[in-house]
Design a protein around this ligand. Structure first.
Ligand code: THU
Length: 131
């Protein structure tokens, strides 16, 4: 049983590390892997804008760099007061490192919604499609 509230709390803590001087839009994420480990991320912006990386990918990349490559759940929070859904690039990166992923979008620990990646990114392009 996944402890969604704990993942949300860790994602909220990650907000403290957001580097977002351009948008002032702070995003935090926490990934849970099959090995029952968690990894946090926050968005890191850049003066070139295009080099900005989202919180979700920072968290996923952290898991990968710990040789922990199967994510089972990711919680996402922001300071907007509303649910923050992952961008298209992040959904594609999630698809690379998961099967049957749960995506939790939360405004706080008591208010969250859970989606399957399949709902947010149907018919994704995967390694098996490269023949
Ligand atoms: N951002 C994320 O980190 N994750 C999302 O799911 C949506 C957008 C960041 C990127 C940028 O730093 C800021 O939010 C505004 O787009």
């Amino acid at each position: 049983m996944i402890n969604y509230k704990e993942l949300i709390e860790k994602a909220q803590n990650a907000l403290n590390f957001s580097y977002s001087p351009y948008s002032n839009f702070k995003v935090g994420a926490c990934v849970l892997t099959k090995l029952n480990k968690t990894y946090i991320g926050a968005n890191i912006e850049n003066a070139t804008f295009g080099a900005t990386i989202c919180a979700e990918r920072v968290a996923i990349d952290s898991a990968i760099m710990n040789n922990d490559k199967e994510i089972v759940c990711i919680a996402i929070v922001s300071k907007s007061g509303d649910y923050t859904f992952p961008c298209g690039i992040c959904r594609q990166v999630m698809a690379e490192f998961s099967s049957d992923l749960e995506i939790v979008v939360a405004t706080n620990q008591e208010d969250y919604k859970i989606y399957k990646l399949e709902e947010l990114l149907p018919h994704s392009f995967l390694q098996k499609d490269i023949k």
